[in-house]
Structures are given as structure tokens and as C-alpha cells.
Ligand binder design. Structure first.
Ligand code: ATP
Ligand code: BTN
Length: 263
């Protein structure tokens, strides 16, 4: 997949300080968390061709098929200002992926709060932001990004709660994974210094899926219905209830569904 020395050199110019490529691994997020524990620098990246235990939020399975997907985890060492905005990292990844797909392939991605990128209303990318703390100090954020690039990366529909798609199907042409990776990293390091700014939140909100539409937020033992308004400065989703009250939902054990979708 990667011509490691030459590609690592190009990645360095984009801000990738260290680079590990694995043909097969369990989860690149686990690898990145372990590497961070051993002292990996801010901007270190783990990429794998395939994952055998790729995961999404709440330990749900993320499928990464060989030769057709991007599975990568970026190690960030948050500054104090970034640490105060830890709820925005998944959004940072989502905005970076969305802009990469727009600029590279003229696509019109939408961001399904809190952590997915959709193409034509179907999931093309999932983001898993995980943190490692030392007491109250946020030492590490591992930003895991999984992207479906070629058709064989798309899992069988029966296995999914939400429909899936890949970039090649949306773009109607062949797409190089290396190109997707580099474009995502370029946008990610572009937006990182602006995390939490008005411009960043605007870049997120402009692409927010279901905006102005009725959705259901599914939580353990409790659902909220409302109309999607916007993402707030902490990364929470503001919803307008039918009684006019505004409720803010934080990412966590929640799932967003279009209203009327019983699953
Ligand atoms: P959803 O709305 O799909 O439940 P979610 O964001 O709440 O999304 P996550 O935990 O983020 O759920 O994502 C994991 C889910 O993504 C899995 O349960 C599976 O249905 C789906 N999935 C797994 N692999 C892929 C893939 N390669 N492409 C698209 N969807 C996938
Ligand atoms: C989700 O939709 O819940 C997030 C999926 C995140 C998948 C990526 S693939 C690279 C990294 N390694 C993992 O095990 N998960 C993330």
C-alpha cells in the first residue's frame, strides 16, 4: 500500500513526525495508544492495510478490509488550550476528512454528529477519538480515522445499522489511498490551530447532516426527539424540541437517527 520511506518523507512535510505502517493489526488505535505510552511524539501516525479488531465507539466493530480502506490513528499531545476543548477532536477529524473529499474529488460530504462522514447520506468514514490521562492531565489524544476507499471496503449491508458507501463509488473513479491520507492530514493540521474558533465551528456546522431536520437521539433507556440546530463550542449537538426548548446532547453513549427510523 505504501512505499514507506518515500511516503514517510512526504508525510513529514505535512506534520507527520513519526510513521508506522502495518500490513495487518488488531486496531491502529490500540497501537497508537501503546506507542504514545512509550513516548511517541505529537504527530506520530499508525496506518494499517487491514484491522482484525477495528473498533468504533462503545467497542462496536469497525470493518477494515485489506487493500481497499484507510485505517489510521494519529497521536496528538494536546496543548493546554486544546485539552480544554477535548470534545472537539472528533469534529477536527470529520472536518478534515470532509474537506479532503471536497477538494480532492469534488464530493459533497456531510458530517453526521458526532463522528461519521457521509457521502450521499451513507457512511464513508468513522472517527474514534480516544484520550489517555495522567490524573487530570490530558496526555494524549489518539484520533482514529477509518475511510472506505474502494468497493470491497464496504461491509455487507445486513451487518450495518446505517447504510455505508466508499469514496470510489461516490466519485465514480479510482482513488489512491495515499492521496486520501495526505489530503486528510493536510486539512487536519490546517484546522488544528483553529480548534474551537468561530471559523472551525462554521466549517463543521456548514456540513452538518440532518440540519433543520427531525432526528431521534437514542441513549440507553432514553430517547430525545428534536430538530438539529448546530454543534456548539464544546462539540455538543443543539436540538430544538417540539415545545421550543433547546437541548444540548453530548457525545457519549448516544446514536443519532433520522426521526421515524425505528432501528
Ligand atoms: P451508527 O449511527 O451507525 O450507529 P454510530 O456512530 O453510533 O453510528 P459507531 O459506533 O460510530 O456507531 O460506528 C460503528 C458502526 O459502524 C458499527 O456498528 C457498524 O454498524 C458500522 N460499520 C462498521 N464498519 C463499517 C465500515 N467500514 N463502513 C461503514 N460502517 C461501518
Ligand atoms: C465509528 O464510526 O464509531 C468510528 C470508527 C473508527 C474506525 C477507525 S479505523 C482506524 C482506527 N482504529 C480503530 O480501531 N478504529 C479507528
Amino acid at each position: 500500500m505504501f512505499n514507506v520511506p518515500a511516503d514517510a518523507d512526504r508525510l513529514k512535510k505535512l506534520g507527520i513526525i513519526g510513521f508506522r505502517f502495518l500490513e495487518e493489526t488488531g486496531s491502529t488505535n490500540d497501537d497508537a495508544l501503546a506507542w504514545a505510552e512509550q513516548g511517541a511524539a505529537d504527530g506520530s501516525l499508525v496506518v494499517a492495510d487491514t484491522q482484525t479488531r477495528g473498533r468504533g465507539r462503545l467497542d462496536r466493530q469497525w470493518v477494515t478490509s485489506p487493500g481497499s480502506a484507510l485505517a489510521m490513528s494519529l497521536i496528538l499531545r494536546p496543548t493546554p488550550a486544546e485539552a480544554a476543548q477535548a470534545g472537539l477532536f472528533a469534529g477536527l477529524g470529520a472536518v478534515a476528512v470532509a474537506e479532503a473529499l471536497e477538494q480532492g474529488w469534488g464530493l459533497k460530504p456531510q458530517i453526521k454528529w458526532p463522528n461519521d462522514v457521509l457521502l450521499g447520506g451513507k457512511k464513508a468514514c468513522g472517527i474514534l477519538s480516544e484520550a489517555a490521562w495522567s490524573g487530570s492531565h490530558l496526555q494524549t489524544v489518539v484520533l482514529g480515522i477509518g475511510v472506505n476507499v474502494a468497493p470491497s471496503s464496504v461491509p455487507l449491508q445486513e451487518a450495518l445499522l446505517f447504510p455505508a458507501i466508499c469514496i470510489e463509488a461516490a466519485a465514480g473513479r479510482t482513488v489512491e489511498r495515499q492521496d486520501v491520507l495526505e489530503r486528510i492530514m493536510e486539512r487536519l493540521f490546517f484546522w488544528r490551530p483553529a480548534l474551537g474558533s468561530v471559523e472551525f465551528l462554521d466549517a463543521w456546522n456548514r456540513r452538518l447532516a440532518f440540519r433543520g431536520q427531525a432526528v431521534q437521539i437514542v441513549m440507553p433507556g432514553y430517547n430525545i426527539n428534536g430538530e438539529v440546530m448546530e454543534v456548539d463550542s464544546a462539540g455538543g449537538l443543539r436540538l430544538c424540541r417540539s415545545d421550543g426548548n433547546v437541548e444540548t446532547v453530548l457525545a457519549g453513549d448516544v446514536h443519532l437517527r433520522p426521526a421515524g427510523n425505528g432501528r
